[in-house]
Ligand binder design. Structure first.
Ligand code: ADP
Ligand code: MG
Length: 238
């Protein structure tokens, strides 16, 4: 289980405030989407949750424990980056195994997890190739696979489809939705694409300039946008 609670979270870089007083409860098992224009603070917020960065104000708790007291590796979170961030000199199999080997998992368990993820994502034929020998869509599957093999309680995905062409984006989006159903893991999904947000989300968090404009289901936002910005951004009638 993984419930993530943000209380009055702020992040400033020097004098420039990037996130302001973010209050948010991410529920166990939900697929929550952070959406907003480029530069509004989505990635910064995700990095704070991942523990890759620290807030300058407020607190983040996972299952009631302040994240600053839990090492990033022990948070049960796995992040998937837009840039894939695969190791170019390693095979796909080695990329998938790397984090598990570092955690000193038994070889048989590592192999079983890789086989299961490869089957789920249909990347088994590419396990012995290097990332440079794969298409963008295949690389993105490997990046998702690397998160899956860690068996995380929550997935943090930062614009995972934005490097894919339109057709692949739609099919991969559907696969991610199916994966969410199947793993019943919490997913925090960042995108600047309102269609992606409306299609995937249990709940959407609309951000503008580091502040939350509205939190709600896609239907809530469409039928009852809190303001013109939300209405305009998600394309609701005003
Ligand atoms: P988004 O992901 O929504 O496009 P980001 O979270 O990447 O937005 O960035 C939000 C704002 O914070 C931007 O203005 C960006 O320039 C600024 N920012 C992000 N990281 C840093 C940093 N390490 N130092 C200074 N400014 C940063
Ligand atoms: Mg970003």
């Amino acid at each position: 289980m993984s419930q993530i609670t943000l209380t009055d979270v702020s992040r400033a870089f020097g004098k420039i405030g990037v996130l302001h007083d973010i209050n948010l409860d991410i529920l166990d098992g939900e697929l929550i989407v952070f959406v907003g224009p480029s530069g509004c603070g989505k990635s910064t917020l995700l990095r704070l949750i991942a523990g890759l960065d620290l807030p300058t104000g407020g607190a983040i708790a996972i299952d009631g424990k302040d994240v600053t007291t839990v090492p990033a590796a022990d948070r049960g979170l796995a992040m998937v980056f837009q840039s894939y961030a695969l190791y170019p000199h390693m095979s796909v199999r080695q990329n998938l195994a790397f984090g598990l080997e570092n955690a000193r998992m038994a070889r048989a368990e590592i192999d079983a997890r890789i086989a299961e993820a490869a089957r789920m994502l249909e990347i088994a034929p590419y396990l012995d190739r290097r990332p440079g020998q794969l298409s963008g869509g295949q690389r993105q599957r490997v990046a998702i696979g690397r998160a899956i093999v860690r068996n995380p309680t929550a997935f943090l995905l930062d614009e995972p489809l934005s490097n894919l062409d339109a057709e692949l984006r739609i099919s991969t989006r559907a696969e991610l939705a199916a994966l969410h159903e199947r793993l019943s893991a919490t997913m925090v999904y960042v995108t600047h694409d309102q269609i992606e947000a409306m299609t995937l989300a249990d709940r959407i968090v609309v951000l503008r300039a580091g502040r939350i404009e509205q939190i709600g289901t896609p239907l809530d936002l469409y039928n009852h946008p809190a303001n013109l910005f939300v209405a305009g951004f998600i394309g609701a009638p005003r």
